[in-house]
Design a protein around this ligand. Structure first.
Ligand SMILES: Cc1ncc(COP(=O)(O)O)c(C=O)c1O
Length: 442
């Protein structure tokens, strides 16, 4: 039952990435959460098939994390990290660094994925400038990439509606790789598709066009999430790495979704065995309990920027009031300890085959035109309804929610990324519910 009266005025909150009028006409309100389940304001349990927004990897309201935050707020609510510090900021950075690929052990804290992306792009420019190549300012993203909503992130990003309204104000020196989605070759691939590594060679074409001496960095999501789960073709990321290295271009992996166990390893970089120069993260860094993000920089990049500054001078003019906020840092330390104690990344790896099988069992479900997956991520692409793109997936999302399962949808793609504590029965329940729902969707 409802513990509080349902709010009767929904008008003040201008909701992000939401069809505000449609939502407010028929709201879906979550009131509490524990473990794998949300509870709605009308007292229903909803199984979380997407870890909130790909972020609550240890499950909801974990006691250890709540206790760490509570204790921290009672001890030190805020401390500046500009020309000041507090011990937990350094402890959190060390713990994050331990999980990063070898050599990426210098950690800059932010408050979100968007800020992490803009921070990484700025560090890339600062690095080239510090080493005397300040003309390297061009940034290369990829079609269908999602890198948050800052002006840097939407400029290198490749999601058309996120760019359209702001198109006159995007960063000027940006180009894009082609995306890797191709159902003709790769439909119903399990894990990494076999076709498409050659698409990385497009980077050579872009380098020829602009000249390497103008290009600072390439940024990609190792597995593209928000656009609807695009798994990199076999060999693709290694090719990007090799071309970047050859031309002195930095490679940035945006691991805001893939970081902290989603693929069964601490990072996608570790999973694929491809190491970038900069790695962005957020979300599961502290189980999303308090906003936090970070950028891991290679020691070379860090040392080049920091050692280039005059003694006593600030080396990087960048930072946020809440960089390494004490409560967020406490949550990060507790979360990373929990991941290790419960071996949640190993758990994700061992669940991946069952997750893959359950997702691909929907290959013959109504409306389904592709199923794709890696680790504990899956995407199910639907045939769009004639003249109404996105409407079919939206209907499926609403019906799943009414049936007690939370999924994500983007365009006509349903996306799945449960907390890493999910059980095999719950995996079966998530995909079984989706199958039943799709049978009823127009
Ligand atoms: C790959 C990637 N980068 C950046 C972001 C932006 O993160 P935030 O919403 O915390 O700004 C997201 C969010 O989903 C993401 O998936």
């Amino acid at each position: 039952m409802t513990s509080r009266p349902v709010i009767d005025n929904l008008s003040s909150f201008w909701m992000p990435f939401t069809a505000n009028r449609q939502f407010k006409a028929a709201p879906r309100l979550l009131e509490s959460a524990k473990g794998m389940y949300y509870r709605t304001t009308d007292g229903r349990e909803v199984l979380d098939g997407c870890a909130g927004l790909w972020c609550v990897n240890a499950g909801h309201s974990r006691d250890e994390i709540v206790a760490a935050i509570t204790q921290q707020l009672n001890t030190l609510d805020f401390a500046p990290t500009f020309q000041m510090g507090h011990p937990l900021a350094f402890e959190a950075a060390s713990k994050v660094a331990e999980l990063m690929p070898a050599g990426l052990d210098r950690i800059f804290f932010t408050n979100s994925g968007s800020e992490s992306v803009d921070t990484a792009l700025k560090i890339a420019l600062a690095y080239h400038r510090a080493r005397g190549e300040g003309q390297r300012t061009r940034l290369i993203g990829r079609e269908r990439g999602y890198h948050g909503v800052g002006f840097g992130g939407i400029s290198v990003g490749g999601i058309a509606p996120n760019r359209k309204t702001y198109s006159g104000a995007l960063l000027p020196a940006v180009d894009h790789l082609p995306h890797t989605h191709n159902l003709e070759h790769n439909a119903f691939s399990k894990g990494q598709p076999a076709w498409g590594a050659h698409l990385a060679d497009e980077l050579e074409r872009i380098v020829t066009l602009h000249d390497a001496s103008t290009i600072a960095a390439v940024i990609v999501e190792p597995v593209a999430g928000s656009t609807g789960v695009l798994v990199p073709p076999q060999g693709y990321l290694q090719k990007l790495r090799d071309i970047c290295t050859k031309h002195g271009i930095l490679l940035i992996f945006d691991e805001v979704i893939t970081g902290f166990g989603r693929l069964g390893k601490a990072t996608a970089s570790e999973y694929f065995g491809v190491t970038p120069d900069l790695l962005t993260m957020a979300k599961a860094i502290n189980n999303a309990a308090i906003p936090m993000g970070a950028v891991a920089a290679s020691r070379t990049i860090h040392d080049t920027v920091v050692n280039n500054g005059a003694p006593g001078a600030i080396e990087l003019f960048h930072g946020y009031t809440y960089s390494a906020h004490p409560a967020a840092a406490a949550a990060a330390v507790a979360t990373l300890d929990l991941y290790r104690r419960d071996d949640l990344f190993g758990r994700a790896a061992s669940l991946a085959p069952a997750f893959e099988a359950a997702a691909h069992a929907l290959h013959d479900a109504k409306h389904v035109k592709d199923v794709r997956n890696l680790g504990l991520v899956a995407g199910i692409e639907l045939e769009p309804r004639d003249g109404a793109p996105g409407a079919r997936a939206y209907e499926a999302f609403v019906k799943c929610f009414e049936a007690g399962v939370l999924v994500r949808f983007t365009g006509d793609i349903l996306a799945f990324s449960p907390p890493l504590i999910v059980s095999e029965e719950q995996i079966a329940h998530i995909f079984g519910t989706v199958r039943n729902v799709l049978a009823t969707v127009q």
